[in-house]
Design a protein around this ligand. Structure first.
Ligand code: TYD
Length: 230
């Protein structure tokens, strides 16, 4: 089925999501992008999932502790959905309405990949959850940071230091390979919304590639109206 175009009221902020496997560098890149957007005088909000609102952060703690896994895949999916519902209603939608650009570290593609492709939760169940939690809200752009599994896991281990791996970091190598594949598939299926970014490069190079995508997608037409977009 052809990908539908996003309709966006004038004055509304843009909703940009970052996706990718463990150690793909999402948080570093989101921070870099937020700084650039703010330098261009665009109001920006950085947020994340699971979490991003006080209620959703409580659920984040539950799922990442592995507690959700004990309940089984469907119930764990309900926990992610409950967190997203709160986050969308109390943080994302109000910010977009006020014209703020929202940069979100993971969103509904994570559920598609982790719970759907890898957790084998039924597509109909995921569709129903999606309707309830996000309705018509769709990212204006999704950047999928793609990195070889060994590189990503090594980065995640360095970041973690002596701490224990979380619920998903501790899955086996095959899981992470399937994860990468599932994300690449989403990028191929939805080229209008998604861009695959080669994240196996230094931070500055990846940030420059991310910025090039934004310029191309959002600023080409009004390059004269927005300051500091070079
Ligand atoms: P986090 O520490 O934020 O990981 P990362 O730095 O990789 O983003 O942990 C979030 C974990 O939750 C991550 O392993 C992916 C998983 N997750 C899901 O399984 N489903 C979801 O819908 C979301 C948003 C995250």
């Amino acid at each position: 089925m052809a990908e539908a175009a996003v309709k966006r009221p004038i004055g509304r902020g843009r909703f940009i999501t970052f996706e990718g496997g463990e150690g793909s560098g999402k948080s570093t890149q989101i921070k870099a992008l937020a700084e650039r957007l703010e330098a261009a005088k665009l109001r920006t909000l950085v947020t994340r999932e699971p979490g991003g609102s006080p209620g959703a952060e409580i659920i984040r703690h539950l799922v990442l502790s592995g507690m959700g896994k004990l309940l089984g895949p469907d119930a764990e999916t309900l926990l992610f959905a409950a967190a997203r519902d709160d986050h969308v209603r109390t943080v994302i939608e109000p910010a977009l309405t006020r014209g703020i650009w929202v940069l979100c570290d993971r969103f509904s593609d994570s559920t598609r990949v982790y719970q759907g492709r890898l957790g084998q939760v039924a597509p109909a169940f995921l569709d129903a959850m999606q309707r309830v939690t996000i309705g018509d809200l769709k990212p204006d752009l999704t950047l999928i940071l793609d990195v070889p599994v060994e590189v990503g896991l090594k980065r995640a281990a360095i970041r973690r230091g002596a701490g224990a791996p979380d619920r998903f970091e501790s899955e086996d190598l095959k899981f992470h390979q399937d994860l990468r594949e599932a994300y690449r598939q989403i990028a191929a299926d939805e080229p209008r919304r998604c861009v695959l970014i080669d994240a196996n490069a230094d931070t500055a190079t990846v940030a420059a590639n991310v910025w090039a995508v934004l310029r191309d997608r959002f600023f080409k037409a009004d390059i004269g109206n927005v300051a500091n977009l070079a």
